[in-house]
Design a protein around this ligand. Structure first.
Ligand code: GAR
Length: 189
């Protein structure tokens, strides 16, 4: 069985959709949620889904105790789903080409430091774009710069506010992310 840890800082709706998608999968399972916020919605979701949740402090991201924990739990891949910290090189080195992220825009547009969640959608709305989208990519030591695995365009309607754009992109994230993860894991492991 290929085991995934999903890292999330916020609501965790993607973490939930990924965990549900793999619940009955022949080869892949989400077995751990990791969060860096004791208030994150992903904690409640983990309880409901019967998935253990590890709450860490940001400075633990490059600590051997986290690497040990991931190793003890036999985690093969890390999936970031709204995890709002840059991962340290030490952690990335433990999982070469085995950490995946989703970003709610068509990278390289609207990526980089400070561009996350609603900040992205507000910038897209302000610029008057007619389309946006989502990008799924491998993680390296720079924000939103790893190899792109998948991009999906999402239409923006003339009356859309940032919140409408966010909701439409998120629905597509729930639809696309689990399938892209499945594809990549089955090809690369
Ligand atoms: C998602 O839209 C995800 O693409 C974004 O945060 C949201 C998390 O929502 N990630 C980033 O902006 C990363 N730069 P969720 O907690 O409901 O899954």
């Amino acid at each position: 069985m290929i085991k995934i840890a999903v890292f999330a800082s916020g609501s965790g709706s993607n973490a939930e959709s990924i965990a549900k998608y793999f619940r009955e999968h022949d080869n892949i399972r989400v077995t751990l949620f990791v969060t860096n916020s004791s208030k994150a919605g992903v904690i409640e979701r983990g309880k409901k889904l019967d998935i253990s949740v590890l709450v860490i402090k940001n400075d633990q991201l490059n600590s051997p105790s986290l690497f040990e924990e991931l190793k003890n739990q036999e985690i093969n891949y890390i999936v970031l789903a709204g995890f709002l910290r840059l991962l340290p090189k030490e952690l990335i080195d433990q999982y070469p080409e085995k950490i995946i992220n989703i970003h709610p825009s068509l990278l390289p547009k609207y990526g980089g430091k400070g561009m996350y969640g609603m900040n992205v959608h507000k910038a897209v709305a302000k610029a008057g774009e007619s389309e946006t989208g989502l990008t799924i990519h491998l993680v390296n030591t720079e924000y939103d710069k790893g190899k792109i695995l998948f991009r999906k365009k999402v239409k923006i309607l003339p009356m859309d506010k940032a919140e409408d754009i966010a909701a439409r992109v998120l629905r597509w994230e729930h639809d696309c992310y689990p399938k892209v993860i499945e594809d990549y894991l089955l090809k690369s492991s």
